[in-house]
Ligand binder design. Sequence first.
Ligand SMILES: Nc1ncnc2c1ncn2[C@@H]1O[C@H](COP(=O)(O)OP(=O)(O)OP(=O)(O)O)[C@@H](O)[C@H]1O
Length: 510
Amino acid sequence: MLLAELVRTHAAVAATRSRLTKRAELAAALRAAGEVGDGDEVEIVASYLSGRLRQRRTGVGWRSLADLPPAATDPVLTPRDVDDALEAVSALSGPGSATARATAVADLFGLATTDEQRFLRGLVLGELRQGALDSLLLDAVADAAGVPVALVRRAAMFSADSGPIARAALTGGAAALEAFGLEVGRPVRPMLASSAPDVAAAVEKLGGGQVVADVKLDGIRVQVHKRDDDVRVLTRSLDDITERLPEIVELTRSLDVGAAVLDGEALALDEAGRPRPFQETASRAGTHDVAEVAATVPLTVRFFDVLHADGVDLIDAPTRERLDVLDRVVPPDARVPRLVTDDVDAVTRFFTGAVADGYEGLVVKDLAAGYAAGRRGAAWVKVKPRHTLDLVVLAVERGSGRREGTLSNIHLGARDGDGFVLLGKTFKGMTDEMLAWQTQRFRELETADDGWVVSVRPEQVVEIAFDGVQRSTRYPGGVALRFARVLRYRDDKPAAEADTLDAVRSHLSP
Ligand SMILES: Nc1ncnc2c1ncn2[C@@H]1O[C@H](COP(=O)(O)OP(=O)(O)OP(=O)(O)O)[C@@H](O)[C@H]1O
């Protein structure tokens, strides 16, 4: 199988909205890989189709991909060639490795056609990763292997990547999939939350009975595996960050349980126990240097779930039972504050109190549900106070994939003196109608076009919802919006009345 075939499949999947067509395209590519009769080939193809590399870290960043060699005219690369090249690149270290890496990257990209270069670039930079795609891929694996989807999904709970799942299904069928299970020390995909606009809607979404409302901590997700003194800490994307969180390792070791898999959130707290700004947690969790780790703010862990305790798997146990076990193995000050009630008003008061205390909101959970690993399950519903800002569009980027031909990603500015300061960009929240409208509107306001970014006169106001404001060196205003998405365009408000940089800063956590 040639890489070009995989690139074609990727483009075909992006070009259609039909889930069935996407699924059929993915299954056909997996079948083609399976026909080679080689598990490695299936694993590589499946990983690439879900936007992931097999290597956890290649050391290749966007800078090294800024200037690519001229593209090849004919496709010659196979997925395995790419995997071999990246495997070699990721093994490089020490003096001279930067040059060797640059040469290897240039050699690889020099063999790729224009389309392949674009695909590889996105793949290497992690831009093609998408939860939705991964989920479709699992459906396609079931089709290609002729096994039940439920079996594939079950196995996928216990594997960080879908590649090994595809390999097992296509080379060993149902029996190979059944061999996957929870094992202390091996990553389990984290359960994710859906969302609701307010507490009442969240409780209703869960059927309106008794619920457990957890405080939502704005830190980083940690999955902690303990086998006696042997502790591993994994991130939400299941990367191992044990080395960076010695204080969490220590706390976990002290728990009165031999073997456990715990789910929680790590965050930096101030002396009064209030959450410190998210970026402090993020930068601390991103620190590799051991000395630096010791010198910076310690992180605190708060657990909210348990998937295994002393030989008992709890994945399928109802929340109520898992929380009983959690209370047995984790002391109160290492648990997320929670409230169990069937009274919506009590949950609302709990929400208001949590937000006033500097927390992000609540995650309201179904007491009867199992742990839906790897899914944005309906059994967890997050609620946050909605923040909005009226900002001005400063520029817009051409869309790609399904948005090809439109002007999509908008650059958002806040008012500052007589001018505007860039705060960030978003392509989220736009309906097809909005996209069509804005494509035309921003052409009218165009002042320059470099072939990718169209600069516009700063006149169009847009109402943006966002989850929070954080300090950032990425943009000139020194702040960035978390999860900005478009609510609507405002034609009733002139740019001169848009929100100011100071107004944006007022949303910074204390
Ligand atoms: N008590 C809690 N229960 C579950 N998740 C919690 C809790 N407190 C904080 N969280 C965090 O909230 C996330 C749940 O929301 P979701 O699954 O949508 O993740 P997300 O996309 O990272 O969302 P967000 O940016 O809102 O945290 C979890 O991944 C976890 O990191």
